[in-house]
Design a binder for this molecule. Structure first.
Ligand code: AMP
Length: 292
């Protein structure tokens, strides 16, 4: 295909069925192309763009899936009001040089009653897993389907959702998914707030307070090398957040591998300082990986 200026470009495909996406990716691979999957729920921002860019660096063709997955939302969460600017998202993918956008309907991904479910064990017992029971079972259900229907070489996920990343990495390993799982660092606004599709729910006043979560996490990583215990360090920061009007869902230091809270810190081991806060009805999460 040639543009009016004579430059070559390829037309991005928008695919809605599992059968077509599977065939398209199989064809790309048969043609010797390396492929990457970037799963998203849409309302794409610079964080998603960074995942696409990493995927493009690593492979020849990037497939972005856009699907607001109902099974990872509990009743009363924001499934219904989750933003769905699909035309804008497709345009962004086109501008970023994505090869295929996969936008299945709910009926395409879930046909009737499910008789089998996932059960995330220890990796889901703290952090978001504790506050959102069943959430990660839903995440595994959809990503397992995506891995089966989009047989890419690589899948890119953000550090922003670190517990999700660790659980998916473990699923790929334990379930023998033939796909390389890559982590992409968290993209932030200038004031440090991690970008999120949910930031658009914030009022101007809430938006002003939102970077305090990142500030608390940074303080935790800085204080980790002191003599204070992990509990004392996070309690201090939690109280500071609460006194500024942020409702702390959790703020913890956990072991990077097990995601279990720790009572003491050892040199050379990897930890995650992770937090979730409510600003009004909006729940925001963030984390920092660190060592002492
Ligand atoms: P979501 O659309 O929120 O389900 O996110 C899709 C992917 O984008 C996940 O792998 C997220 O971890 C990643 N992501 C979301 N926000 C950011 C961010 N600020 N920086 C980097 N990756 C992100």
């Amino acid at each position: 295909m040639f543009t009016r200026t004579g430059l070559f470009f390829e037309i991005m495909k928008v695919i809605k069925t599992k059968r077509e996406i599977r065939q398209a990716v199989q064809k790309l691979r048969a043609d010797g192309r390396k492929t990457a999957l970037v799963p998203t729920m849409g309302a794409l921002h610079e964080g998603h763009v960074s995942l696409i860019k990493i995927a493009k660096e690593l492979t020849d063709d990037v497939i972005v899936s856009i699907f607001v997955n109902p099974t990872q939302f509990a009743p009363g969460e924001d499934f219904e009001k989750y933003p769905r600017p699909i035309e804008q998202d497709i345009e962004l993918c086109r501008n970023e040089g994505v090869s295929v956008v996969f936008t299945p309907s709910r009926e395409e991904m879930y046909r009737g009653t499910s008789y089998i479910s996932f059960d995330v064990k220890e990796l889901g017992s703290h952090l978001c897993g504790r506050s959102r029971p069943g959430h990660f079972n839903g995440v595994l259900q959809i990503v397992n389907k995506l891995f089966n229907n989009v047989p890419a070489d690589v899948a890119v996920f953000g550090q922003k959702d670190i517990q999700q990343f660790r659980i998916l990495e473990t699923m790929a390993d334990e379930f023998d998914h033939d796909i390389e799982i890559v982590m992409s660092e968290t993209i932030r606004a200038e004031d440090g707030l991690a970008l999120s599709s949910r930031n658009r729910y914030l009022s101007p006043e809430e938006r002003q307070k939102a970077p305090m979560l990142n500030e608390a996490l940074l303080s935790i990583t800085q204080k980790a090398a002191s003599d204070a215990t992990p509990t004392a360090i996070v309690t201090e920061q939690s109280q500071k957040l609460e006194s500024n009007g942020l409702k702390v869902d959790y703020l913890q230091i956990v072991d990077y591998n097990t995601l279990q809270p720790v009572q003491s810190l050892q040199n050379g081991k990897k930890y995650i300082a992770a937090g979730a806060i409510y600003l009004g009805n909006t729940r925001l999460i963030d984390n920092r990986i660190f060592q002492i």
